[in-house]
Ligand binder design. Sequence first.
Ligand code: PNW
Length: 486
Amino acid sequence: KPHKVKDLKGVLRSDFHWGYATAATQVEGGWNADDKGLSIWDTFAHTPRKVKDGSTPDDAVLSYYKYKEDVALMKSYGVTAYRFSLSWSRIIPLGGKDDPVNEAGLQYYENLIDELLENGITPFVTLFHWDTPQALEDRYGGMLNKEMYTPDFVNYARVCFERLGDRVKHWITYNEPGVYTLAGYAAGVHAPARSSNRKLNAEGDSSTEPFIVGHTELVSHAYAVQLYREMFQHQQKGMIGITLHGNYSEPWDSDDPLDQEAAERAREFEIAWYADPVYKTGDYPASMRAQLGDRLPHFTAEESKLTLGSSDFYGMNSYTTFFVRHLDTPPDINDHSGNIEKLDTNKQGVSRGPESDTYWLRTNPAGFRKLLNWIWKRYGIPIYITENGTTAKAETEPSEEVLNDTFRIEFFEGYIGAVARAVKEDGVDIRSYFAWTFTDNWEWAAGYTDRFGVTFVDFESKDKKRYPKKSATVIRELFQHMVKKE
Ligand code: PNW
């Protein structure tokens, strides 16, 4: 029984959506099945030394083949909703607006959506979760080329609205545009692996490309939303928006005004970069313009008008909190964080939280609650939490100890409790919570080594056998307790 949340009975609205989130590349497998085209992640994973364990997502969790079994398991976990992404190159193998649509690819998503609906589970569908068609990357440099890319993305969106929009009422255009740009074009550790860091053997210019690509994401998002609103929303009656990633930043020295400013600047570079144009001003934050000058693109009047208000909700992904300290030196040309230093402890030596199995991720539910408040105060639009979760150390086999995943259980008790307290005590409007993630999966450049699932997957077994962890039960109990009964 949920003990730490006794006082939170029925505080979440009766139509609150909760469940699990996944992404096509991380779970589907069937990487070339039924005429699927390649994505930049297929290319990346098949390049030596890019992925930690040398693995590929060729098979992943085989959910392309096992979706019925997965929906049944999810139903046994009690969910009301499931968030997943569509693979663009499965639907349009060559990606472009004049390239053919692949019926077999669409059929898979129709089957999955129908299976969910028959089981009373609401689909939340992400159009883009990082898997740009390789053909578009080759043809014109993908998102580096806004003029070529935008019509192709809008055409892909149109195909999805036309074919799936009778059944899908919750659309997300982009997942975490900021992680895509910084990991793919600055750090260079994600596809398409561009970076100024020549040690990576990469091409690219990290002082400009992340901001160019970010601008393409915002503008193409805005045009896809305009299309949905003008051509589909009236009849299909769905909602559409974007999901942004943000961790919380706390000042290293909470009494030092320079560290307080640095923490706010870090939040602006990480979150307001995308959120201010969409929800607040139609333009980038002043702190970014001040540091980056013309390396940050300028919105045309039309782009600005179209971007402001282009999301029906705030889609929020967040996992952790950092301490942030100001720097006295001028910003590096390849800095994307607002000229700050990120630290694991504050001035008093307090840790940002217990370590997971993922280097950047530590448990910190208090920071999550502060972030919910920061977003609510700055943007004032209903928040849909679309990802939140953790790995845990030493989950290597489905032993009794591993399946009784205490570390993950404590993470979810803390964070889901923080959601309910933000609603009850702080008055934040929160409408959904999707835990990351349903099963262990292919964690991008970390391969199969980082396990985020509430279901253990035996990747050695031919059929990727699934073993429920206890956290799945705890999450169900938490929401059964906290969601108001009609
Ligand atoms: C998200 N960070 O990525 C993605 O949406 C998922 O596909 C991914 O599996 C999940 O979180 C766990 O990594 C992130 O460094 C990657 O703060 C990096 C960060 C946050 C989210």
